[in-house]
Design a protein around this ligand. Structure first.
Ligand SMILES: C[S@@+](CC[C@H](N)C(=O)[O-])C[C@H]1O[C@@H](n2cnc3c(N)ncnc32)[C@H](O)[C@@H]1O
Length: 275
């Protein structure tokens, strides 16, 4: 079961945090025949983990949104393999995940054979590293690899990216964002800068796949408007919605973006025709 405390109001959250929030293990099923087991900051409903080790190395992560495993992760994996990867396995794919939080998505894809760089703010890197370590056996099963690195959007590409993907311009196939646009619109210009720097370094074949659980309002429309205002070569090549069938009953919108050099030429032609 996925942790739900992202729905808890801030004041109640504060109260709960003192009393009941702990680093708890969660198991996530993957389509690759390997389960992923991660620690996430969650409500200890029956207090059964009260005597667990406190894990002081994770103290810096507790106040961060990414310490909680967000709901979309539960539906994203099946959609990625079935639809985005078109039923091809994840084997050999180069993937960068931005705002990876506990790292479950990237760790699962590595278990399927992908080479994955999971990134987030520096405070979350010890949590991602610990979760990578917890899954070291499953990860080896299909020849994948996963590395955690600090990447605050707008800052330069971390050395771990060049180490993992080399300087080959076709080594990265996907950039993934899972519920990473919530609560941070002030950081979107830096995120756009980061997406541009990834495509500049690793090539325009890269697809950016954004998963957003639909809440009060759609955040990705505003993000799309901003990225296209910044550079009209960014086009949404596909948008679809996943309806989740369990008790969570959520809808996750999936938007695939690509920075397409041809898009600029065709837009220029269209404008020329209209004038
Ligand atoms: C809502 S959480 C989602 C976490 C994870 N993807 C998941 O689905 O469980 C958003 C994530 O984006 C990260 N994030 C937000 N602003 C960021 C920034 N400026 N630079 C890097 N990461 C950022 C947060 O630290 C957090 O881990």
């Amino acid at each position: 079961m996925l942790c739900q405390n992202n729905f808890v109001s801030p004041s109640l959250n504060l109260l709960l945090r003192k009393e009941m929030l702990r680093w708890l293990p969660e198991t996530v099923k993957t389509p690759f025949g390997v389960d992923v087991d991660v620690l996430t900051w969650a409500v200890d409903v029956d207090d059964s983990h009260a005597d667990d080790d406190p894990l002081p190395e994770l103290d810096g992560a507790e106040d961060h949104l990414g310490s909680v495993m967000w709901n979309s992760n539960s539906v994203v994996l099946d959609h990625l393999t079935g639809t985005v990867f078109e039923n091809r396995s994840a084997k050999g794919l180069g993937i960068i995940e931005l705002g990876a939080g506990v790292g479950v998505l990237g760790i699962a894809l590595a278990a399927g054979g992908a080479n994955v760089l999971i990134t987030d703010l520096k405070e979350l890197v010890p949590l991602m590293a610990l979760n990578i370590h917890r899954n070291r056996k499953g990860r080896l099963a299909n020849g994948g690899s996963v590395v955690a690195a600090t990447w605050k959007w707008g800052e330069r590409i971390p050395p771990a990216a060049s180490k993992l993907f080399g300087s080959q311009s076709s080594a990265v196939h996907y950039v993934l964002l899972c519920d990473a646009l919530y609560g941070n619109p002030r950081d979107w210009p830096q995120l756009i800068q980061t997406l541009n720097s990834i495509v500049d370094q690793f090539g325009s074949q890269i697809r950016v796949v954004n998963f957003c659980e639909q809440r009060v309002e759609s955040v990705e429309d505003a993000f799309m408007a901003l990225i296209q205002k910044d550079d009209e070569r960014w086009v949404a090549s596909k948008t679809s919605e996943i309806q989740e069938s369990s008790s969570l009953g959520m809808t996750v919108r999936v938007t695939t973006l690509q920075r397409n050099n041809e898009a600029r030429k065709s837009q220029q032609k269209k404008r020329a025709r209209e004038e």
